[in-house]
Design a protein around this ligand. Structure first.
Ligand code: ATP
Ligand code: MG
Length: 445
């Protein structure tokens, strides 16, 4: 993309309404525009990152054997009357009437609808295990929408639902979700710690929240510092191997890590004092095992191997897709702007032309731009007729991890400069080497 042809409405001033850094940078970098409290338009740069995050979520869910579908945002109230949640949900639910005076609602979550789909089409244990998920907009009429996309009213969530014949199989589905979430967050450059959580209105006896440590997080967290060093990395996971998947979950949940809702002073005191940490975290996901809560009330049953009919065992598992943009920026920025991890960056590299209009410099930039695209990469070429300082400021603000700087002085020696946004370290090299380096960096991403 050429910057002169792009739509990147960068703000010079700090927007007064933004209280935290991620909200400030998302507005300043022209990623989002607020349309009403907690409701945003996703401008091109923000939309690009949102799509990259979605893509990673899809890839890791599919790797775990989970199946994508798409349910609507609007739901009939009658389904929620069956589970009893239409009355329980309260004012967070946006209730709507259609022209025939039928009660509808904008879905805050989809347990009822997915259970309805299941009961309409599945009746035998032979069709299990089954996990269906979608990535769809949700609406929750939050009392205090704030912090930009972090606590919106309309927000994008991945929500997945497992259906299993018995408790053991359902717990394996729970564990599968935990491992796939760990890999999902790691690919986004995040450390998200599974913490034992309290079950809310969804109910259930097994639930973990995934928290990204950040001083601006809304949850208070208590943890053994050693938990922050755990990494899944690139190890091979066979998602059908119950023992292997459980062993990984044990590895990540044995050390103390809890939110204030489940915090236990006595257990925490047993953590060696030097490793005992109290901090704040952003909830970027949650997994629940809740058994037959919905299948019983809504009549979702399967015939088992011995011919008896039982309510299906279920769980639901969510990732805050739009909130993740905020969480990633909170975890990865400096005073100049965002620093995107390679896994989610909107463009792979920026090209800065220091002397727009100079024939040799323009030609070198065009060649680099074409070469990066030929390697399957997506570069952003700042071809504006602007001072170098302004171009650098824009690149730093929007946070592309790699920048190629091209000017007449370097070109006289056959060199361009490759700069890492994260370390700020620049190296001189030929344009070909810079292109190869960038391509190599993204090979493993
Ligand atoms: P919270 O405690 O932050 O209100 P929740 O526990 O009610 O969230 P879940 O039902 O667990 O939310 O939804 C799954 C995920 O969706 C959450 O872990 C979070 O990342 C995201 N999410 C929930 N509410 C919002 C919101 N208002 N804005 C953006 N993301 C949200
Ligand atoms: Mg939650």
């Amino acid at each position: 993309m050429r910057l002169t042809r792009y739509f990147l409405p960068v703000l010079k001033e700090n927007p007064a309404e933004a209280q935290i850094v991620s909200h400030r940078y998302m507005l300043r970098a022209g990623m989002i525009k607020q349309q009403a409290a907690g409701i945003y338009s996703w401008l091109p740069l923000g939309f690009k990152v949102l799509k990259r995050i979605e893509q990673i979520v899809h890839e890791e869910q599919i790797r775990a054997g989970h199946i994508p579908l798409l349910m609507p945002t609007l739901q009939p109230a009658d389904l929620w009357r069956e589970s009893g949640r239409y009355d329980d949900y309260g004012q967070e639910m946006l209730r709507i009437k259609d022209r025939h005076d039928r009660d509808m609602l904008y879905g805050p979550t989809n347990e009822e609808m997915i259970t309805d789909i299941f009961r309409s089409h599945v009746s035998s244990y032979k069709e299990l295990p089954l996990t269906l998920y979608h990535i769809q907009w949700k609406f929750r009429d939050e009392v205090r929408p704030r912090f930009g996309v972090m606590r919106g009213r309309e927000f994008l969530m991945k929500d997945g639902y497992n259906f299993d014949v018995d408790r053991e199989a359902a717990l394996h589905a729970y564990n599968r979700h935990m491992v796939s979430y760990l890999r999902t967050y790691e690919r986004m450059g995040l450390t998200a710690i599974p913490m034992r959580a309290a079950s809310g209105p969804i109910g259930g006896d097994n639930t973990h929240e995934f928290l990204v440590l950040a001083s601006t997080g809304e949850s208070e967290v208590f943890y053994d510092d050693a938990v922050t060093g755990l990494k899944l990395g690139n190890r091979e996971v066979d998602y059908d191997d119950r023992a292997q998947v459980k062993a990984i979950c044990d590895e990540f949940t044995t050390l103390y890590a809890r939110t204030d809702e489940t915090h236990d002073e006595a257990l925490f005191d047993a953590v060696p004092e030097a490793r005992r940490k109290v901090g704040r975290g952003i909830e970027v996901g949650q997994i629940f095992y809740f058994g037959t809560k919905y299948s019983e009330s809504m009549g979702a049953t399967v015939v088992t191997a011995d011919g008896s009919r039982v309510p299906v065992e279920m769980g639901s598992h969510g990732i805050g897709v739009s909130r993740l943009l905020g969480a990633i920026i909170e975890a990865s920025h400096d005073d100049k702007g965002i620093i995107w991890p390679e896994g989610v960056t909107p463009f792979h590299a920026g090209i800065v032309n220091l002397k727009q209009g100079d024939a040799a410099t323009d030609a070198a930039c065009e060649a680099i731009y074409a070469a990066l695209k030929a390697k399957g990469l997506d570069p952003l070429y700042d071809d504006r007729d602007e001072r170098a300082g302004a171009k650098f400021a824009t690149m730093d603000l929007i946070g592309l991890p790699w920048r190629v700087t091209v000017g007449p002085r370097g070109l006289a020696n056959g060199k361009v400069e490759l700069t890492s946004r994260r370390t700020g370290i620049s190296e001189e090299m030929t344009a070909e080497t810079a292109v190869d380096r960038i391509a190599q960096i993204y090979e493993g991403v």
